[in-house]
Design a protein around this ligand. Sequence first.
Ligand code: SAM
Ligand code: SF4
Length: 475
Amino acid sequence: MKFTPEVCRIKDQRMKPFIDAAEIWEHLNRPAPDKQGVRDIIAKSLSKQRLSLAETATLINATDPELIEEIKNGARELKKRVYGNRIVLFAPLYIGNKCTNNCRYCGFRASNKEAVRKTLDDMEIIHEVEALEDNGQKRLILVYGEHPQYDAEYIAHTVRLVYSVKKGPGEIRRVNINAAPFDIEGFRIVKDSGIGTYQVFQETYHPEVYKQYHLSGKKADYEYRLTSLDRAQEAGLDDVGIGALFGLYDWRFEVMALVRHTNHLEACYNVGPHTISFPRMQDAATLDMDGKYIVNDEEFVRLIAILRLAVPYTGLILTARENKFVRHEVMQYGVSQIDGGTKLEIGSYSESQNQEQDLNKEQFKINDDRSLNEIIEELLENDYMPSFCTACYRLGRTGEHFMEFSVPGFIKRFCGPNALLTLSEYLCDYAPEATAEKGWKMVEKQLKELENSQDTNEIRSRIEQIKLGKRDLYF
Ligand code: SAM
Ligand code: SF4
């Protein structure tokens, strides 16, 4: 891998804090850029090169409406070139909401005495996973509060349990984690249970602002949180996800810091994060915010488009925190993964009735509670290709190896066909007739587009095998 000078400078920074707030503000306080400068940066990104901090700041500082439009168009085009029309689907599964921290934005915070605390027992986890499999889910992210009960052994146990649940044609093929960070040994234990991505969000990268929002508990330690994924990498866990909670501080600062975190991991471990998440603040029980940094829809689109251009090969995750209209609008600017059929209340996937959200039982309010099938229908109608692919991680194409593979052509050669195969499984096993009809039309259309590729016959043959009952075929 070739390092930029900026990356070389931070190459010896393993396990050390890497955010220099003054440096980030220095970039952001530069005068508005000229048009050509912005266009050159968009062109660099379209040639699939990651942007430097200075270049990212230039895109952020471009406030001329014409340039904003060009940035959005660039992001749309880059997404098409790198990811095609695929959108990978997953669902969150909350395992337990006990928490010893006091994050001012979260309904699970220790000081919320009205919160209904619950941790799923093994049988309940099995029932939840069966219900998720019955909907067609193949990829889950398990979510936990931070509590001594949820130590590395416990989390590893829940991961193994989830993988063991098979109902009919259903199985979970990739389990990701969003949980409090561990020491190196803890990350090793969790890695050995076979997880996909380990996500830890920094929430805000600004050290002083961080202190104001994280009042007590282990999470109040900014540096321990910031270096979490260094410890994961030291433990050999090379598939990690980063994120910032937008609404805590200036969105421009957080975008810069996410890029800095990316180049820190690249410089120190030869691999950037697999995914970036950009949750936007939602209502929650005991929410304690002044609203000063709320990100509006227009800024939200901009920040997604800029992230897309800044880190062309990093997956971008959009969740059901956003309503369906926002999701529809922003997806085109670079999102590669979304959740579907999401429920946050602990134990609610296996309940037959859909309940109104009760914020004392859930972490925050979600705004898209459509079923997985409704989401798939909408994707198909808008010419997106839903995918449940889990091939790379199961074939060891992760971390540095994934980066080697992520060269142009790779995604088209593997991810596209695997999307077709996993969608075909969904259409055979779970889709109502109307969705199946739209889905098979999409499969045919995609196959036609691949027509010249030597693999098309092989893909067709595998789809026929799936129709005859074979499962879990991938490239
Ligand atoms: N307890 C773990 C931790 O703190 O890392 C898991 C985190 S939590 C279950 C997942 C993420 O939800 C948090 O990292 C935060 O970014 C986000 N979140 C918390 N409160 C939120 C709110 N009110 N609105 C939107 N997202 C929120
Ligand atoms: Fe606990 Fe995580 Fe919520 Fe903070 S964000 S209160 S650590 S569950």
